[in-house]
Design a protein around this ligand. Structure first.
Ligand code: CAA
Length: 250
């Protein structure tokens, strides 16, 4: 099991545990995560869901790049759709979701955190959307949700440059709600407070706050299309070969 659920009274903590790859998500882990989130969405005894990563280095270091380096465009669309489903469950399930970002939250990891209603980061967390340096783009909601959370200017800078931010900068640009150590303890404290509120009012507040979604479907589609480019093939392969990519522009 690589997506583990623990109960703390009415709070469910989902821990992604694939530490040998800094909790990067392969098909098995992402499918398990999606399945656990589906169950928790329908489980009235779970009033708040907290998402975190196992170990002290990473929340989620992204989608598994080694797995993605073998994908064609159609497979990449399915892969994008699976990630979108997990992020959408976090965003739309009728109860608050909180990311306890205990380390790297890059690419798909940052996107899962952006799907959550609240984000707390440890002081050593590092967040970002580095996909551009792999010759691809964020594919699990980042182009829309980062802009919605931080504003279009910050989203453009972080996505076009791929530059990661430390916890303090993440707080300054509004990417996280607070920096706290130990972050899981802080997230649990907030979660317990939310669990004592009216679940009916929380559900309606969340639904209203989520109105006017962006172009998420378009992103899922174009993410997949990019996998037909030579640059995506090069960028994804170069990571596994531990060398800088040589992009050719097609
Ligand atoms: N996919 C697959 N494996 C990964 C990974 C990823 N996203 N991130 C880390 N790993 C693996 C490394 O390959 C390494 O495994 P090996 O020992 O077998 O080589 C192990 O985890 C430890 O990582 P590092 O040795 O690289 O650790 P580090 O401390 O030197 O660097 C890091 C840490 C800066 C996070 C670096 O691992 C890194 O840059 N990872 C990739 C981050 C990234 O680009 N994420 C975005 C992925 S694309 C995406 O998510 C698309 C999308 O929108 C859906």
């Amino acid at each position: 099991m690589t997506a583990i659920v623990d109960r703390h009274d009415a709070v469910a903590v989902v821990t992604i545990d694939r530490q040998e790859a800094l909790n990067a998500l392969n098909v098995e882990t992402l499918t398990e995560l999606r399945d656990r989130l589906r169950e928790l969405a329908d489980d009235d005894s779970a009033r708040v869901v907290v998402l975190t990563g196992a170990g002290d280095r990473a929340f989620v270091a992204g989608a598994d790049i080694k797995y993605m380096s073998g994908l064609g465009a159609e497979e990449a669309k399915e892969w994008g759709a699976l990630g979108h489903e997990a992020a959408r469950l976090l965003e739309e399930m009728p109860k608050p979701t909180i990311a306890a970002i205990n380390g790297f939250a890059l690419g798909g990891g940052c996107e899962l955190a952006l799907g959550c209603d609240l984000r707390y980061a440890s002081s050593k967390a590092r967040l970002g959307q580095p996909e551009i340096d792999l010759g691809i783009v964020p594919g699990w909601g980042g182009t829309q949700r980062l802009a919605r959370v931080c504003g279009l200017g910050i989203a453009k800078e972080l996505i076009l440059t791929g530059r990661p931010v430390e916890a303090e900068e993440a707080l300054r640009v509004g990417l996280v709600n607070a920096v706290a150590d130990p972050v899981l303890e802080h997230a649990l404290e907030v979660a317990q407070k939310l669990a004592a509120k009216s679940p009916v009012a929380l559900r309606v507040a969340k639904r209203l706050l989520n109105l006017s979604p962006g172009a998420l479907e378009r992103e899922a589609d174009e993410f997949g299309d990019l996998f037909a480019s030579e640059d995506a093939r090069e960028g994804l392969t170069a990571f596994a070969e531990k060398r800088p990519p040589r992009f050719v522009g097609r």
